[in-house]
Design a protein around this ligand. Sequence first.
Ligand code: DGJ
Length: 708
Amino acid sequence: MIRKKGQTIRLDTPNTTLVIKADTAEYLYYGKKLMSAGGFEALSPTPRKIFSQYGENDYTEYGVLIENSDGGFSTCFSFSKSKILTEKPEIEGLPSSYGEGKTLELKYIDAPTKVCLYLYYTVFDDCDAIAVSSRIVNQAKKEICVRRLASLQLDLLGDYSVVTFEGAWARERQKISRDIVRGVYYNDSKKGMSSHSRNPFVIAEGKEGVYGFNLVYSGNHKEAFERDEQGRTRALVGMNDFMFGWKLAPGETFCAPEAVMCYAPSEDELSLSMHAFVAEHIVRGKWKKKERPVLVNNWEGTYFDFNEEKLLAIARAAKDAGAELFVLDDGWFGKRDDDTSSLGDWTDNADKTGGGLANLADKIRELGLEFGIWVEPEMISEDSELYRSHPNFAMKVPGREPTRLRNQLCLNLADERVQNYVVRSISDVIARSGAAYVKWDYNRSLTDCYAKGVAQGEYFHRYMLGFYRIAAKLTKKFPFVLFEGCAGGGGRFDLGTLCYFPQFWTSDNTDARARLKIQDGTSYGYPQTVMTAHVSACPNHQTGDSNPLETRFNVACGGVLGYELDMSKLSESDFATAARQIEFYKKNRKLFQFGTYYRLGDVFSSDVGGFMVVSRDKSCAAAVVSVSGKVLGGPVPRVAFKGLAPSAVYDVTTRPQDNYAAEQAFSAGGDLLMNGGIFLRDLFEDLQSKENSGCLYTRMYLFKKNKI
Ligand code: DGJ
């Protein structure tokens, strides 16, 4: 709700309040919901600007930097007026959140030039996250150049530490915390993708609670935190201004991507709010609330080495085990037998697919499975028909050797003709195969950003606009297809892609121990509904480690479940175990995919971790608890559950596992289970604990509210 009363504008979400001074548009308060209605003047002796610019007595990181037509960089945007809008303004060309709510518009004018700056704050009725965006409208008579436009600025008072989610390929979103003592800290990407290295989701943690920030964008981003001599920590969130410069002719508008901010008393509560925001206001379309199929993907089972016979054998076994969707991964097109060729040639390799995709897909459907297909639409191999006929489609700097990553180049998506080629060729793949699912991969970052006719400073962003145009067209054209984003694992796991693709491949690392951390880190900002997680073969192909099949399954239940191995090669007993797992998962799928998700223990700082999902009415729950190291003679690990109804009594059982004889069954109060926790002594009495020393130990606890 947004109300303008006297000298204040007040934005209320269910649990938070943001107060803005009506005459100067400065922040007065942002935090826990206020029940009182006045006295705001007493709050802030230090001005907390809502945006900052070069040219005034403020030397911290600027939110807005404009190169004026006279070559100077000073601006003096001053507040002009505010408006409460009932319709959320569209951000042209960019994805953004949606839903019922109100939007506050703040307008600023740079008097000498008449350039206008608009800020938007959208408050939804059902969620604590506030969507914030900014735009520049050039009402001057001459061209200007936008050098930086942050989407969101928040000046915080006091000491803060910044929590980021960083990593690399196969090690995405590891939680790192650092104090912002003095100086500037940047969490950013210059890779042309939100990146494996630093996710745009960040948290500022202080004594009064935590503030979470994210960006609805998949390209270069920058989250800056500057602690100044006044004890103020400025948070700026937006597109990266690295190499950036956007020319704006008179009358033109530049829109920055939407950002989101959220206050909560604790990390756990912040995650719950971010999950609700993503599930309700980012993910859209037919799959938003629909249970996702259990898939079997052939990638780790075959890599490039497959033919129709092998694929059908995997599919038959998948069907027998209870899976619902077969996904054909990389290698089915052109003459691709390894990663050196054919990207861009989305034509069937008849030898590997038994006469073509349509044929193969029909056979898969005859088995009773849906058919899904892998594509990497934004790329081109130099050894491809597309490159031979359209070398100019590739992103390259003339006269320079391009940087090749995974032997491939990027397509120049800043060019509309290239975008149209992608839409055409991928539409054809979906149409001719009747695919019910598409895995959209992206296996390298941008290095040779250049295109004739495109200003260098605009290239990165024009690429993203091209990608979004393609994604919008294809998802509109195929509304029933389930799209899964992927970027060499989780390299573009962000709110921008999630506006088009309702789920994302969390990481190429399918090792259960590594996955626990990757999924746990991801869960701070994103719900389990958008994280996909597969059971794969052991020794694991990424780490070489082995973990019991039941452990791999337990961990994969923390996301949308799939299997990624040659199911036809499983031993009889492993096959039976997998079939039991799938049956169990399908019965409890709604709980796993759409229940309220909590982290348990702390995988980043202790040996005990895991997660828990609780049904919306708290009548049932499931928890996966993990112990990652043996503590001999030490304290017995203990875990406290979360999210249960405190006064209810729950019947607790353990899911039968083939490597665990002694099942548990007991009843206890919700408050006891949450506050007292239970000891995990039995995890060390595992049948396999001696054979597989070094394994991750997991148990799944199931909770049912006792009727009495
Ligand atoms: C990277 C993806 O993350 C993998 O799952 C797989 O699809 C390969 N690319 C295929 O090249």
